[in-house]
Write a protein of this length. Structure first.
Lengths: 332, 241
């Protein structure tokens, strides 16, 4: 009997032991699962906060590399090529470098610039600061700069064009702050040569609309007296909206702060906007019209060029008509 | 304008647009090209009660990339659990989005509405909520989604084919710069096939994304149909346990 009781007791304690062990095992299993879940969550949280992939760098199209500026002898792709009547005398083409240092730069960056016109006349001439688009280099935009040099007559106005850092032969890597610093470096040079604000026109094409708007809205070395935007983009938000069809913010893919549609709201200088109705790159309705609508300054004019795509405006307008349009606006 | 200039303009125009787009594709593609279309339908058929599944998805809208056509390689991971035999809950993490500092998830259920045993077909819906939060500017967006599918078992129940609609809804009345948001429903028809082994499921799905939207002018060079929307190709690998 005692043995039986002992045995029963032994059996009970054995069962308890097994029960305890299985409870412990289950609890350990749960703990392991929870730990596993925490690890997975931590992995995703770490991935989120350690991730730094952004698409900003790809905003800048540096695909075509050059070793020298060829200007009229450049045989690469261009939007159009002007005939000989638009020839600029060599004595009026000045290629030089500038030193550009932005607020976030530790060192100055050497950038290349081309001035069309007589440098000695900058103290009396009107000058167009031409801010080119996101593609390639000054050789690609040379024909456009030459065309601008015919506004109101051959070499009536000076035209200054630069390659932003990372573009063409300019040193460094393009950044949004760099765009502004580089254009400002060009404006500093103009100021040094005697240009005054009332004779400074700023012209932004495509991506160039960003420094043109920024430096008109928040002037640094000089305050442009008039603003011309050709095929401007509105903002990264509009790009995201257009691409997704949803109200998706640009910050989901880019840290670019460029926001011409907001910047234009506080610009008071006279404003001329030109945009192609067939712009398959920056939609006239979602980009250009928004920028134009948001302008509340003293004077604005719009030129919606029927059938023109992104790079086609001067050709579709006709070169004479194009320069006349600019001439009338600048002289107003 | 000289004849030479005209001809050059025409030729260069196409190259110009294509080349710039190529770069902008990178800029936009990740989220711009339809974050809403970075995954196939989560569940066409519900899991059995208490059954679990994890799956990995790969694929996205087709774009012109240089001279080639390629799907954008979106990826996501999903976990699902059968609540009942006709209801499955699921949650996902979009891994490509994560790499760019955006936490994107969709939470939802797959509900079987109808099943015909002898004809071996059924109808299911997947109501879900898609949410994205970016760590950079702390922007948050949410879009409701409703997928509707009709499936038909084939190959002695080892596989099924399905057709359906993936619908996203934009509830905001405004878009960037306070412009009016005109698109409130993005309807994407899809067709797909799933092949199941004992533990694994393999799905190939093809979507016609944003069929109600013209794809030009736009900065992304989508492959669409008659200049509308974009075609998307998706692969899905599911492990059930």
């Amino acid at each position: 009997m005692i043995f039986f009781i002992k045995n029963t007791h032994h059996q009970n304690s054995h069962a308890d032991f097994h029960f305890e062990r299985s409870r412990e095992a289950a609890s350990q299993k749960t703990m392991k699962r929870v730990q596993g879940d925490i690890k997975v969550i931590m992995f995703f949280v770490l991935l989120l906060f350690s991730s730094c992939l952004r698409l900003d760098d790809n905003f800048y199209n540096l695909e075509d590399k050059i070793t020298e500026y060829k200007l009229d002898n450049y045989t690469g792709e261009q939007d159009f090529i002007l005939d000989n009547s638009y020839h600029i005398a060599d004595s009026l083409i000045h290629h030089f470098t500038l030193s550009s240092k932005g607020s976030q730069d530790n060192n100055a960056t050497t950038i290349h610039a081309i001035y069309i016109g007589s440098i000695s006349k900058i103290q009396t001439d009107t000058v167009i600061m031409y801010c080119h688009g996101n593609k390639w280099h000054m050789d690609f935009y040379w024909q456009r700069a030459k065309l601008l040099a015919h506004t109101s007559g051959k070499n009536k106005y000076g035209v200054l064009m630069i390659d932003y850092r990372g573009y063409g032969l300019s040193e460094g890597k393009p950044t949004e702050d760099g765009l502004y610093a580089d254009v400002d470096a060009a404006l500093q040079w103009l100021k040094l040569k005697g240009l005054t604000n009332n004779r400074l026109m700023i012209y932004g094409f495509s991506m160039g609309s960003a420094p043109a708007c920024e430096l008109t809205n928040k002037p640094r070395s000089m305050a442009p007296s008039k603003l011309i935007l050709e095929a401007p983009f509105a903002s990264a938000d509009v790009m995201a909206n257009d691409a997704s069809g949803l109200n998706m913010p640009g910050s989901f893919f880019s840290n670019l702060k460029i926001d011409n549609a907001e910047e234009i709201k506080t610009i008071s200088q006279p404003f001329c906007w030109i945009h192609g109705t067939n712009d398959n790159f920056l939609n006239i309705n979602t980009h250009g019209e928004v920028v134009f609508k948001n302008y509340h300054g003293i004077y604005q004019e719009a030129h919606r060029i029927s059938g023109a795509d992104h790079g086609e405006i001067p050709a579709k307008m006709g070169f004479t008509n194009y320069v006349n349009t600019l001439s009338i606006f600048i002289r107003k | 304008m000289s004849v030479r200039a005209k001809s050059r303009t025409l030729h260069s125009h196409l190259d110009y647009a294509r080349c710039d787009r190529k770069f902008f594709i990178y800029l936009i593609f990740f989220l711009g090209i339809l974050l809403q279309n970075c995954a196939p339908t989560r569940f066409v058929k519900p899991l059995a009660k208490n059954q679990n599944a994890i799956s990995a998805n790969l694929g996205g809208p087709l774009i012109h990339f240089g001279k080639a056509v390629t799907p954008i390689p979106f990826t996501s991971l999903m976990y699902g659990r059968g609540i009942t035999n006709s209801t499955t809950a699921f949650a996902s993490v979009h891994t490509t989005a994560l790499l760019f500092g955006n936490f994107q998830t969709d939470l939802g259920v797959c509900q079987r509405l109808y099943k015909h045993d002898s004809l071996k077909f059924g109808i299911t819906i997947n109501p879900a909520l898609n949410m994205i939060y970016d760590k950079w500017n702390k922007n948050f967006r949410a879009w409701p989604q409703l997928d509707v599918n009709i499936y038909k078992d084939i190959l002695k129940d080892k596989a099924f084919v399905y057709i359906g609609l993936t619908n996203w809804f934009e509830l905001s009345s405004k878009k960037a710069h306070n412009e009016v948001q005109k698109n409130h429903a993005l309807i994407n028809p899809h067709i797909g096939m799933t092949y199941n082994t004992k533990k694994w499921g393999y799905t190939l799905e093809c979507k016609f994304l944003q069929m109600n939207k013209k794809n030009i002018p736009n900065i992304v060079d989508y492959v669409g149909i008659q200049q509308r929307g974009a075609i998307g190709i998706y692969l899905n690998f599911t492990r059930r346990f």
